[in-house]
Design a protein around this ligand. Structure first.
Ligand code: TMP
Length: 237
């Protein structure tokens, strides 16, 4: 499958057309941004790791009944995916307080929740991806009630499957952000990526952060953390 014209360039990926109108090629970059693009940098090798990790996890999720956009890994950084219209919501599941949750609600980072939480942010860079609730989503027609129910069901399933998988790898899945899209027939599928860019992953024993927070918070050892997560994933697949 050949890359045709570039359709879109995001912060971490480029997307290309193919000769099949239903399929696109995603090309993962090493670029990293945080705080809505204000902080910029490079995480060497990240594109390869995020591509391979995301593809591995999406295939695992497919087997567990969560449909995804994944079709075929084409190279270290490129993957063939089904074309979707992205539902403009960041779907965030949390198992342990961290990041914006700790800040917004005054709950210390590391406090384990009684039950997982789900929240939506409106994917809109101009507005800074604000939190949005399901009534707002319906009111401004970002998704239908049926779509929100499907997205919610899949998001909790993703949490179950990935929490169990990462636990086998000695990693605690603290929280993560996923995105969904609509195929041309309206079917909702998991899209975008699942990687240390989009998940908080803590070493289960030491609590060490093995994700993009090392970049966001200038903790150093960013490349090593991504490589360590990938190493553990390979050991357990
Ligand atoms: P938060 O605590 O900053 O709201 O982040 C929650 C989760 O979402 C965390 O795993 C990191 C991920 N995330 C993204 O993937 N993209 C983003 O733009 C932000 C802000 C968070």
């Amino acid at each position: 499958m050949q890359k045709l014209e570039q359709l879109y360039e995001g912060k971490a990926k480029k997307v290309y057309k193919t000769d099949d109108p239903e399929l696109l090629i995603v090309d993962y970059k090493d670029d990293a941004t945080a705080f809505n693009g204000i902080k910029k940098g490079t995480i060497v090798g990240k594109g390869v790791i995020n591509n391979q990790m995301s593809n591995f996890l999406m295939q695992k999720l497919e087997k567990e009944g969560v449909p995804t956009h994944f079709v075929e890994e084409l190279s270290e950084r490129e993957t063939l995916v089904k074309k979707v219209e992205i539902v403009p919501l960041e779907v965030i599941i949390r198992n342990i307080a961290a990041g914006s949750f700790s800040k917004n609600y005054g709950v210390p980072e590391g406090e384990k929740f009684a039950s997982p939480t789900l929240e939506f942010s409106y994917k809109n860079d101009d507005l800074g991806d604000p939190l949005i609730n399901s009534y707002h989503v319906l009111a401004i027609r970002l998704a239908t009630k049926e779509e929100l129910d499907t997205i919610t069901k899949y998001a909790f399933k993703v949490n179950e499957v990935l929490s169990a998988f990462w636990a086998e790898c000695g990693i605690t899945l603290v929280d993560f952000k996923i995105e969904f899209g609509r195929l041309s027939d309206g079917t909702i599928v998991l899209a975008d990526e699942i990687s240390p860019d989009t998940c908080r992953l803590w070493d289960s024993k030491t609590g060490e952060k093995l994700d993009k927070d090392r970049f966001r918070r200038d903790l150093g050892g960013v490349e090593d953390a991504y490589a360590e997560v990938m190493r553990r994933l390979r050991e357990h697949n």
